[in-house]
Design a protein around this ligand. Sequence first.
Ligand code: IMP
Length: 179
Amino acid sequence: MMSDDVKEVLISEEEIVERCRELGAQISEDYADKDLVIVGLLKGSVPFMAELMKNISIDCEVEFMAVASYSGTESQGDVRILKDLDRSIQGEDVLIVEDIVDTGKTLLKVKELLYSKGARSVKVVSLLDKPSRRIVDIQAEYVGFTVEDKFVIGFGLDFNQKYRNLPYVGVLKEEFYEG
Ligand code: IMP
């Protein structure tokens, strides 16, 4: 069974649900007089987006983008757009919804891209933050949970495209990293 692959549950579903209530309330307050467009980065943000958006109580629009890092992400990270936005964000206040900020390279590029499309402001809400791995100087304005330097899975996060459907954030057993 899938959950047998998990060494440890780091963040339970209940904790995530509760944190999304807090983040949603904060975002609703901060964007009360703005034109909010929330942009989820596929695929990892999907469960977090679903939980978070239920708790945003002001008018907002929901969009998705898919980007991929070029292979060899440890080098100069550049992102490729797999699915672009369907609409103009000219003059809008954009909030990127991300699963985890790791090196920060992806977010930096996406932020630059959204500003180049004329967004008035671009901020980030991330379910997880792994600050110990940061390479570029970027910080999400809203963070669900800070995690240690461990490879995490679940609640959208994958290992080789698996485990995104786990309802919690956990650590994979070491034996699954090999091969
Ligand atoms: P960054 O550009 O290095 O910040 O990469 C962020 C992306 O790498 C995230 O959106 C995830 O898809 C992936 N990632 C980074 N750390 C982890 C992890 O611990 N588990 C699963 N995916 C991760």
